[in-house]
Design a protein around this ligand. Structure first.
Ligand code: SAM
Ligand code: SF4
Ligand code: F3S
Length: 431
């Protein structure tokens, strides 16, 4: 029996798909090379915005027609949408054979071997998947989950309801997995958690974890997502500076530049605090690249409050920003707020932020022209087989002339040009 997993959502879901691949292959299932060859199609889903859910429902509606020619085909839904909607999912969308929540993945082989159709796993929320190590999906950078769940309950966010309470993974498991990744040719690792700054395993905190990982020989680059601004400590900033393998790059979600909105978002910090952390990061690591997440049109957001966000983005000059228009999520506090901003205004504000950030990103990238950077080569470029692409230490995509032999290598590149999203360069000297 061959399975195919289609993954949506954040890095956490990508890591979970790799975990499910291990669970299934350990039980004798094989990974299909394409969806056409699969006997089992699994959608690993995301609920963070309405649009993410609608896309998957559309995909399932499309793929269920395969059952006409392949009656044995089974379609499963896992991930955050499975967790949020549980059995209801099978009523909303026909053609689904099984639904499994984020903490029941070990049960998938039993569900598949059961004769009955339309089955869903029980939904409890404390699994940490100790000592199940992911089957890496071909990419050269490895995601390593260090914690699951979230306790923050930002008022707009569905994640605490889909991912359950925050749990930190034992440090010994994390170190084993990181070492294994490095030894198997994945020298660039990203540590994952909804708020990595609150990692705490029997008193071992995140800065301690980073210092330990930094000692692993086969690892060359360490990154982490996501850092919550309320918990980013001076100790972590120092640990980043002192640990030579930690990239000078941080994803640091601002969400809004107005303190009243941040309060209504239940973010636990003010705009001044956020800006103060940015200054500290830049004081300790002047070359640090900072990326962010911002939401436009949160309930009650006035034009003035929106402009606080716009102005703070202009003042900070993030290297890159992921910008979203607010999407009400049923069951969250903000969805109940009576002062929802009309859709057209949310969209118009989002567009203003995108226009602003595109100019800033372009400027930031163009400032790199003339510099020599180290690129970890990951792929042949999508646009030309005579070019390769990879990531700089500060997580910018860089394309330059080269052949597939460079894939998996760290290469010095001189930047000669830039767009708002890609650095273009020439091979300077091989490491
Ligand atoms: N834990 C991460 C943090 O706090 O930075 C964020 C994880 S969330 C999956 C990714 C981003 O989605 C958030 O930072 C937020 O900007 C955005 N997001 C979450 N809920 C949203 C909603 N209801 N509408 C629009 N954007 C949302
Ligand atoms: Fe959602 Fe907030 Fe948790 Fe991030 S910290 S996952 S935005 S509740
Ligand atoms: Fe990630 Fe989406 Fe779930 S962003 S945690 S897959 S709701």
């Amino acid at each position: 029996m061959r399975f195919y997993i289609e993954t949506y959502g954040c890095q956490m879901n990508i890591a979970d798909s790799e975990l499910v691949t291990t669970i299934l292959t350990n039980s004798g299932y094989q990974e299909a090379a394409s969806i056409d060859e699969a006997d089992i199609i699994i959608f690993n889903t995301c609920s963070v915005r309405q649009h993410a859910e609608e896309r998957v429902l559309g995909r399932i509606a499309n793929e269920k027609s395969r059952k006409r020619t392949n009656p044995g085909l089974r379609i499963g839904v896992i991930g955050c949408m499975a967790q949020r909607l549980q059995d209801e999912l099978m009523e909303i969308q026909d053609g689904i054979d099984f639904v499994v929540g984020v903490d029941q993945y070990s049960e998938i082989p039993y569900i598949l071997s059961s004769a009955s159709e339309n089955i869903s796993a029980k939904f409890n929320q404390n699994e940490i998947y100790n000592d199940i190590y992911p089957t890496r999906q071909g990419k050269l950078n490895a995601f390593v989950t260090i914690m699951r769940g979230c306790n923050n309950y930002c008022s707009y966010c569905i994640v605490p309801y889909t991912r359950g309470r925050e749990r930190s993974r034992p440090i010994s498991d994390i170190l084993t997995e990181v070492k294994q990744a490095g030894d198997n040719g994945y020298p660039d690792i990203t540590l994952l958690g909804q708020n990595v700054n609150s990692y705490d395993y029997q008193g071992i905190k995140f800065p301690d974890l980073i210092r330990e990982i930094n000692k692993i020989d086969s690892i060359r680059r360490i990154r982490f997502v996501t850092s919550h601004p309320k918990d980013l400590s001076d100790d972590l900033i120092i640990a980043m500076k002192e640990s030579d393998k930690v990239c000078h790059n941080i994803h640091f979600a601002m969400q809004s530049g107005n303190s009243e909105i941040l309060k209504r978002m239940n973010r636990g910090y003010t705009a001044d605090h956020f800006y103060g952390r940015i200054l500290k990061l830049r004081e300790v690591m002047p070359d640090i690249a900072i990326t962010t997440d911002v939401i436009a049109g949160f309930p009650g957001e006035t034009e003035e409050q929106f402009m606080d966000t716009y102005n703070l983005m202009q003042k900070i000059e993030f290297d890159y920003a992921f910008m979203y228009k607010y999407s009400p999520r049923q069951g969250t506090k903000a969805a109940e707020f009576t002062d929802q901003v009309p859709e057209a205004i949310r969209l118009e504000r989002l567009q203003r932020l995108i226009t602003l950030q595109r100019e800033i990103t372009l400027q930031k990238y163009q400032n790199m022209i003339g510099r020599i950077v180290e690129v970890f080569v990951e792929n042949i470029s999508k646009k030309s087989i005579e070019e390769v692409s990879g990531k700089t230490d500060d997580f910018k995509i860089c394309v330059f002339p080269g052949t597939k032999e460079l894939i998996g290598k760290f290469v010095k590149v001189k930047i000669t040009d830039a767009t708002a999203g890609t650095l273009i360069g020439v091979h300077y000297e091989q490491d």
